[in-house]
Design a protein around this ligand. Sequence first.
Ligand SMILES: [Zn+2]
Length: 340
Amino acid sequence: MPFNQLIGHDRPKAILKASILHDRVAHAYLFHGEEGIGKKLAAILFAQTVNCETPYGDQSPDACGTCRSCLQIEARTHPDFLLIEPDRELANPQIKIEQVRQLEEQIVYRPLVSPWKVYLIDDADRLTQGAANALLKTLEEPAAHSLFLLVSSRPSALPTTVRSRCQNIRFVPPARVQVEAALITQRNLPPDDAHFLSMIAQGRIGLALRTDLAEARKQQHEFSSLTDPATLRSIATILTAAESLHKSDRALEALEWMERWGRDLLLVRLGADPDHLLNRDRLPELQRAAASVQPQLLAEVLEEIQAVERHAGRNLNLQMALEQILLHLRDAVTSTAPAR
Ligand SMILES: [Zn+2]
């Protein structure tokens, strides 16, 4: 896949291409920005671009995607390309010092077949202290023709000494319309489904491309009955739902869908363009519900949900939190005195 097909990230692309064009490729880069937006893919494409065997002529620098070098980097079999990443199967994934040692052993040799020896360190913030120190030594005295690409969604967790040795390039989530377009072309989705998934992913292109559409639609349907004002009128139903969602470990999932629904409801109430709605295909229901919503109360419920999401995992009683939020949501969406 040529570099140009990376969704979004126009600024990083321009910077990286200019560095090749003007022969100013740095020895180390740190690609940082939110998780799942395409940083690692950008690093792989940049590695392909610097080592591509097909001349780009008077076009801008790019990977052809089809030469031996591009294919080997994609298959991770290129002799001058090493991908270092934490073992994600572990509870606390780390990049260990042995992995950096392996890199040190290789780096002393010149590239075997390509102009650059590329070391891609994904989730670089997972380097152990020892590994980071070892890497720092290498970064301080870079071998000619070595190119380090560090990728991180938590750059503040990296030692400042490592960060300052890298050219920092910030990645921002691609625009929703770009994600939507990619879903239509790459997953062959109809526009409505592409819109739906791009709204769920919020710019996380990787997530948008791998989310199970049928499953997401099932959840949308299931939780829409939970937030239906008719359901919320019954306190008994609220308590039962909170209990069973908590027992099946789905409280956070429920909160996420309630938040999406609530946000849409506020937007409809404010007269926003339906294109900004995740549940765009449920516009008539949203309009009906929005007619009796109390915006201030609903905004408070949304804040409450976000607070719970931030603190989940810290000994929080999720069942009780879910009950509270459902009760508050009931107050917000049923403006007339609720019947029991
Ligand atoms: Zn190529």
